[in-house]
Ligand binder design. Structure first.
Ligand code: ZN
Length: 211
């Protein structure tokens, strides 16, 4: 029997082009290369929206947090701070790997702390004739949403797919993504966004030199 997919109630809020939830998570600080990066995880509500958009949370679990976030605002505040710290640790680690450098120890420690938390709340279960990791109820704490993100990051960092992690070639963007294209020559987060902008720039540059 296949499980019914939860019905989506809200239009997606986040552009998920990363190909892996941990890379989409890193991209929630937008315009990183600029002097004023744009924080997309402005509060716990946005983090829960990210959870719903990526499928970490079901719409019902999102609703649960939506109700609770006002009642336990201190705990939610603490969690959003922790989420941003994990995100910046992941950014530092993936950036270092891409530049063939050693990742900062503080970032590694932060990821490992989140992984240990995730490990405490996960177990192997049998399903459809195989085995899979299953997390405890993701509504059991405000931090629970970070368990699957930390786990996804660790899985990617320890896999051969790590070599396929790229940053968008646009100097103003640099969003991370997993290049699963056939020849592994993908340069842009999305052709629609950055790829086309670069094409337009080249077009005007050519016109200028021609004129
Ligand atoms: Zn881009």
């Amino acid at each position: 029997m296949t499980e019914a997919k939860p019905r989506r109630r809200r239009a997606p809020n986040f552009e998920l082009i990363g190909g892996n939830v941990c890379l989409d998570f890193i991209n929630t600080l937008d315009d990183r290369p600029s002097a004023q990066p744009k924080e997309l995880l402005t509060n716990y509500y946005e983090l829960a929206r990210f959870g719903e958009d990526t499928g970490i949370l079901t719409p019902e679990q999102f609703d649960f947090f939506y109700e609770r976030v006002h009642l336990e605002s201190d705990e939610a505040e603490e969690s959003i701070r922790r989420a941003r710290k994990l995100r910046e640790a992941l950014y530092a680690i993936f950036s270092a790997v891409m530049n063939k450098q050693t990742a900062p120890q503080l970032a590694m420690d932060r990821l490992n702390a989140n992984l240990q938390d995730a490990a405490l709340h996960s177990r192997l279960v049998q399903r459809n004739g195989g085995l899979e990791w299953r997390f405890d109820d993701l509504t059991s704490s405000f931090n629970a949403m970070l368990w699957p993100i930390a786990r996804a990051a660790a899985d990617l960092l320890a896999s051969p797919e790590l070599a396929l992690v790229r940053a968008c070639s646009s100097p103003t963007c640099q969003w991370f993504f997993l290049d699963t294209s056939k020849n592994h020559h993908r340069r842009w987060c999305s052709m629609k966004q950055c790829g086309n902008r670069a094409k337009v720039r080249r077009f005007y540059a050519r016109q200028k030199t021609a004129g």
